[in-house]
Write a protein that binds this ligand. Structure first.
Ligand SMILES: Cc1ncc(COP(=O)(O)O)c(C=O)c1O
Length: 405
């Protein structure tokens, strides 16, 4: 008789987005004539940039001819893309990362979920609270998180690093010693970030205690301030303690195309064993590569035209972020994020819970956002709005909130 992986039964239901869906559906049923503006989900709305579409078309044509057809991709990704990532995202910033330390993947969600596989089950993880839920749930599946306490909404074997208004949404070094530290800057959901000097403290700490930092840089393209690092490898010593995850979803609109990369430096070791070789083994065994046409599209991201077109796309979303940030701030809301990230994190007014504010916003303004409590206990009393909508809808939503809340 087969048995299932019982760790899956410990997973908490995907309460957040299913609950949002149910509430929005119920509201629409009761108010069929009212329109709704969705600033909840972190998906992009702008079409792929022309340079990317052109690269896709060219690659599709290549696939139709025997002499330019491509079958299985090389295990770790095509050289042309690995070189483009190493040159543009790292060497151009003075960071010592080579193309053979780049592992091309189909996105940061998979990488952030899969990377824990190469670590022992009794490793202790530390996460920011609130947090992108994938980091925790994939460790739950792996049996690494202990038991869930419904009262505190925390796992017994997870070290939580609260990020609230009190610490400017910046995690403090944990009091208990972790083995794996998940950091994501610019952050989803708070939109907060840390300076290069602050990140250096984390790198020094990880090297001191022998921990690995899993650094999720999915929102790197949204950084506007000069003291915010674009990659953890800007910090001295990061090659011996950090894995970085990159995504093409938010900088280039690849949410539906799928492309990412994990950077595993060869200096990152446990005794004599390099994590690079473990991840290469894992990647080669379980993954057959992002499609050639998508990797060609990824290469186009780094062309001069690609850089110019995507700068405009990011600026479009950041203009939305500014519209939300300033519009709500002027109306008296306590807002953060939105300066180096496409997320605006606001304190719910009048001490409303995150869900109470969700209901109020939906019923009074017809705007859908995401309750902060869905990202962890320290998100209670906060609310996330995203800048990924159209500009027209963003302007409308803020006007409605200002009129009605
Ligand atoms: C912090 C963070 N990491 C990773 C992802 C997923 O990235 P990808 O689309 O590359 O899988 C998201 C998506 O919202 C995210 O917020």
């Amino acid at each position: 008789m087969f048995k299932i992986n019982e760790d899956y039964l410990k997973l908490q239901g995907s309460y957040l987005f299913s609950m949002i869906g149910k509430k929005v559906a119920a509201y629409q049923k009761e108010n069929p004539d009212k329109s709704i503006i969705r600033l909840g989900i972190g998906d992009v709305t702008q079409p792929l940039a022309p340079v990317i579409i052109e690269a896709l078309h060219r690659a599709v044509d290549e696939m139709g001819s025997a002499d330019t057809f491509h079958g299985y991709a090389p295990d770790l990704g095509y050289e042309f893309l690995r070189n483009a990532i190493a040159d543009n995202d790292y060497k151009a910033r003075g960071c010592d990362i080579s193309a053979d330390e780049v592992f091309v993947s189909d996105g940061a969600k998979c990488d952030s979920g899969n990377i824990q596989e190469i670590f022992a089950k009794d490793n202790k993880i530390a996460v920011c609270d609130p947090v992108y839920p994938v980091y925790i749930d994939t460790n739950v599946m792996a049996g690494r998180t202990g038991t869930f306490n419904k009262e505190t909404e925390t796992w017994s074997d997870v070290i939580y690093m609260p990020c609230t208004g009190e610490n400017d949404f910046k995690p403090e070094l944990p009091k208990k010693q972790p083995d794996l530290i998940y950091l994501c800057f610019p952050n989803n959901p708070t939109g907060g970030t840390i300076t290069k000097d602050e990140l250096q403290e984390w790198v020094d700490y990880a090297n001191k205690v022998g921990a690995v930092i899993i650094y999720d840089a999915a929102y790197e393209a949204y950084i506007t301030e000069s003291n915010v690092p674009h990659t953890i490898y800007e910090c001295d010593g990061a090659r011996t303690c950090a894995i970085e995850l990159r995504s093409f979803s938010k900088n280039a609109g690849f949410t539906g195309l799928r492309l990412g990369a994990a950077i595993v430096p060869k200096d990152l070791k446990s005794g004599d064993v390099s994590l690079h070789s473990l991840w290469a083994r894992r990647h080669g065994t379980k993954y057959n590569g992002a499609p050639y046409i998508v990797q060609k599209a990824g290469e186009a991201v780094y062309s001069e035209a690609g850089k110019a077109q995507l700068k405009e796309q990011v600026a479009y979303y950041m203009n939305n972020a500014t519209t939300i940030y300033n519009g709500l701030k002027d109306a008296g809301f306590e807002v953060s994020g939105g300066i180096n990230a496409p997320y605006i994190w606001l304190k719910t007014p009048g001490n409303l819970s995150s869900w109470e504010f969700f209901d109020l916003l939906l019923s009074k303004a017809g705007v859908v956002g995401t309750p902060g409590s869905g990202f962890g206990p320290s998100g209670e009393g906060y609310f996330r709005l995203t800048a990924f909508g159209t500009h027209e809808n963003t302007v409308k939503a803020i006007a409605k909130i200002r009129e009605n809340i």
